[in-house]
Design a protein around this ligand. Structure first.
Ligand SMILES: *[C@@H]1O[C@H](CO)[C@@H](O)[C@H](O)[C@H]1NC(C)=O
Ligand SMILES: *[C@@H]1O[C@H](CO)[C@@H](O)[C@H](O)[C@H]1NC(C)=O
Length: 570
């Protein structure tokens, strides 16, 4: 008794000492996932919503616009859900004034959109032709935003590469993209930089590299397994650095703006936080994702673990050099420090464990990592198959960025959740729940000392969701795509987000719960606008989906249960 008592006390003291010495650092082992924090954001915190050109504009062949790789990709059959295209999408090209009034209505501080490269340079090459009608469109959009006191945050590359550059050079496989992209960026700084102060070079280059050049699920649809993604990423990182230097030397003095990049990344949590192999696997998952791009930009070179793993696997294949390209020492110092802020896109989390891939089946980006991804079947997944709502992962990712990259200034450039196509429900309480949870974890991260300056809800409107066509709706506003003029209807989450913005956070429990009630009240009336929908035709589909889903859930739960049992035994 005495002994155990003493040991207990010693432990207690030890824990106290550890806690005190770690007071400044984020507690990675704490497990208080569910406690909600009531409080407000720092003054001047910027609230916004986002979109991208190909996903919303439509007008794919209007006013002198050239073809992008996404126009060509979606016009081939079998590439997207129901062979859908972004040809007309939300008709955002014609309705931008209406959309800005929606933004104004929500009292947003900023709006994030992207410029379609082939709309202002039809072949992608400046010396070929500049399409003044396209230039004017974005100029009018920027003016309209500023007139309403909304700060434009402008993305230069949100995936719509001019098709000519793909055909002639192989797109991002070719080093010549660096100069063409720099010319395009330079034209944007020249024409819009007097009014635009926040520039994002690339949106989610991970997706461009992996889905465009490795799996082929996205345009240009190439399947260059094991090499394509690494080469595309290499050129994108160099192109980003070049554009940052162009702004820095030619425009910064006059225009006084900032240039950053927007990286996306899931959080990876070790399945077993006491197992060193799981811890290393989870770290590798995050380094191969966000770290692939962030480490060169903040530290000058790829993460050591990527160099080690891809190098080792290349050697096993009998290759003389690594499939991961290398930067010269000159390039390293040129690339290091080329982001005035970091844009972060984040949606979901995975549990990660170590998994070895046999190398006889050919190497890919995915087998290079040696990880397996797991999910907890209790996590809500209202929309996209990959998108589980795990708010606490957001805080962890933000703390990871703070410690790895020297606490950079961060703008959240994408965060949100989708719903399935057949869901015409405007009372989107699961989206309210998602935003509430994620925004709260962001607030906790700010209290941890992470330097987050703004938040962008993704997205303003339902829109074309790439290979998923129109089957996944991310919008705060519902868009009726079957109607010719694409009317927009507010979902309940619009009301809820407005209240967060108005209070600049979450004042107290009673009020926040009241917001939710109020938001769902208003939507049930506006919901009637959609009452004419052929909802009954979805009834069968729902039952068809429910039965297999329940079965899958049962199997998953038993699997997880088994796993825990087995682990306990070992
Ligand atoms: C999409 O195109 C493919 C190839 O032509 C065709 O087999 C398929 O039925 C099309 N899907 C729809 C929904 O039209
Ligand atoms: C890059 O483009 C040039 C010009 O078309 C071509 O000669 C070269 O082979 C291309 N390089 C790659 C890696 O595709």
């Amino acid at each position: 008794m005495m002994l155990s008592h003493r040991v207990g006390r010693a432990c207690h003291v030890l824990v106290l000492v550890l806690c005190l010495s770690a007071a400044e650092d984020f507690d990675w082992s704490a497990n208080n996932h569910d406690s909600f924090y009531y409080g407000t954001f720092p003054n001047g915190f910027s609230w916004g919503a986002g979109s991208s050109a190909y996903q919303t504009e439509g007008a794919w062949d209007k006013d002198g616009k050239g073809l992008s790789i996404w126009d060509v990709f979606t016009h081939k059959k079998g590439k997207t859900f129901l062979n859908d295209t972004g040809d007309s999408s939300c008709e955002g090209y014609y309705k931008f004034k209406d959309d800005i009034s929606l933004i104004k209505e929500m009292n947003l501080n900023h709006y994030r959109f992207s410029i379609s490269w082939p709309r202002i340079m039809p072949t992608g090459i400046r010396s070929d032709h500049v399409n003044e009608k396209g230039v004017k469109y974005y100029s009018a959009l920027i003016d309209e935003l500023l007139e309403h006191n909304i700060t434009p945050i402008v993305t230069l590359y949100h995936w719509d590469l001019p098709q000519v550059l793909q055909e002639k050079y192989g797109g991002w496989q070719n080093i010549s993209m660096i100069n063409y992209f720099n010319d395009f960026a330079n034209l944007c700084f020249e024409r819009y930089g007097d009014r635009v102060k926040y520039w994002i070079t690339f949106n989610n280059p991970w997706s461009v590299a992996v889905e465009g050049y490795e799996t082929g699920e996205h345009a240009p649809g190439l399947k260059l397994r094991g090499t394509g993604a690494y080469r595309a990423a290499h050129h994108i990182i160099k192109a980003h650095a070049k554009v940052w230097h162009t702004y820095d030397t030619q425009w910064r003095n006059k225009q006084r703006g900032m240039v950053g990049i927007s990286l996306s990344g899931d959080w990876g949590e070790p399945v077993d936080i006491t197992n060193q192999k799981d811890i290393e696997a989870a770290e590798r998952y995050v380094q191969f994702y966000l770290g692939w791009f962030a480490t060169p930009i903040f530290h000058g070179d790829y993460p050591q673990v990527m160099k080690d793993f891809i190098g080792k696997k290349s050697a096993q294949q009998g290759l003389g050099t690594s499939r991961l390209p290398t930067f010269s020492s000159q390039e390293k110092s040129y690339i290091k420090g080329t982001s005035d802020f970091l844009g972060v896109g984040h949606f979901t989390t995975r549990y990660i464990t170590q998994k070895n891939y046999p190398f006889n089946r050919g190497s890919t980006y995915f087998s290079d990592r040696d990880v397996a991804e797991l999910v907890d079947p209790r996590w809500p997944d209202p929309g996209s198959e990959w998108l589980y709502s795990v708010p606490w992962g957001f805080r962890r990712l933000l703390n990871f960025i703070k410690t790895q990259y020297g606490n950079p200034m961060i703008f959240i450039t994408e965060n949100g959740v989708s719903e399935k196509m057949m869901c015409t429900e405007l009372c989107d309480d699961w989206r309210i729940q998602y935003y509430k949870g994620y925004i709260n974890e962001m607030l906790k991260a700010i209290r941890d000392g992470v330097n987050v300056k703004g938040y962008t809800a993704w997205s303003l409107l339902d829109k074309f969701e790439w290979d998923e066509g129109y089957s996944e709706r991310f919008g705060l506003y519902y868009v009726d795509f079957r109607s010719k003029n694409k009317p927009r209807y507010p979902k309940a989450s619009v009301q809820f987000y407005k209240r967060i913005i108005k209070s600049n956070g979450f004042p107290n429990q009673r009020e926040v719960e009241n917001w939710k009630t109020k938001a769902t009240e208003t939507c049930s009336t506006s919901n009637q606008l959609l009452a004419a929908d052929p909802l009954t035709s979805h009834m069968e589909m729902v039952t068809e989906v429910v039965v297999p889903t329940v079965c899958t859930l049962c199997i998953l739960i038993s699997a997880v249960f088994l796993m825990f049992l087995l682990r306990k035994r070992n």
